[in-house]
Ligand binder design. Structure first.
Ligand SMILES: Nc1ncnc2c1ncn2[C@@H]1O[C@H](COP(=O)(O)OP(=O)(O)OP(=O)(O)O)[C@@H](O)[C@H]1O
Length: 220
């Protein structure tokens, strides 16, 4: 299973520093909540950890090797669930989960089995044949989570993936994310929800890009 190390990692957009230099060491099985107000830098941190943007300074290493690109990160099992979900609206929920598995050369039989299990885990076993565009915002968030769960990622970066859910589904999805950590994945959840943050092993608060530990990681 994976471990993630960020050293002196910072993110900037021209002269706007979104994340001030930060060090993180996330061992396999760790669930970290990243909290903070809108614009605090949560998405920027997750995108940098996902190899989806080039840091202004510092580095991200996964299993000791630095990330070279988003494609490299995807190949190495780093799954980013972006805000807005990144789903293909004209495909069904099932197709959205299945296609990335087939692209990763998972056999069709296993891909179908994993797709069914992941949709069941998020409570959408009845909605697999619906077009994503015809699903509610909360259902779409659950499809995006199912898609990430089905890949059995070593690192799961979830950007406010429970923000549109009712309390029951939020609890269920946070428990599923916790289950991913118990499986051994590194899970990072950016969230405004104190209850979701409380479930994580540690909480890092960002404010104008400056990180403060609300609950620090403990050595495992
Ligand atoms: N593509 C971009 N170009 C320029 N500035 C950006 C860009 N993306 C984010 N920013 C700026 O970087 C800062 C951090 O934004 P970011 O989206 O990381 O915050 P956030 O904590 O995820 O916010 P939210 O909770 O609203 O999603 C903000 O000042 C934002 O305006």
């Amino acid at each position: 299973m994976s471990e993630v190390r960020a050293q002196g990692l910072s993110v900037a957009y021209d002269d706007v520093v979104a994340v001030q230099p930060i060090d993180l060491e996330l061992g396999a099985g760790t669930m970290l909540a990243v909290t903070g107000p809108s614009g605090a830098g949560k998405s920027s941190l997750l995108w940098a950890l996902a190899g989806a943007l080039t840091p202004a300074a510092g580095s991200v290493h996964v299993d000791g090797a630095s990330l070279t690109s988003r494609d490299d990160a995807t190949t190495r099992g780093i799954s980013l669930i972006p805000q807005g979900n990144g789903l293909a609206g004209a495909l069904t929920a099932e197709e959205n989960v299945l296609v990335p598995l087939l692209a990763r050369k998972v056999s069709p039989r296993e891909a179908l089995q994993r797709t069914g299990a992941a949709l069941a885990l998020v409570g959408l076993e009845q909605s697999g044949r619906h077009l994503v565009d015809e699903l509610s915002g909360g259902q779409q968030q659950r499809v995006a989570l199912a898609r990430a769960f089905a890949t059995r990622a070593g690192v799961l970066l979830a950007d406010e993936s429970t923000s549109d859910l009712d309390a029951g589904n939020r609890e269920r999805m946070v428990a599923a994310l916790q289950g991913e950590a118990k499986r051994g994945a590194v899970v990072v959840l950016a969230t405004h929800d104190p209850e979701a943050a409380a479930v994580a092993d540690a909480e890092l608060a960002l404010d104008e890009g400056v990180a403060t530990w609300v609950r620090p990681l403990t050595a495992t």
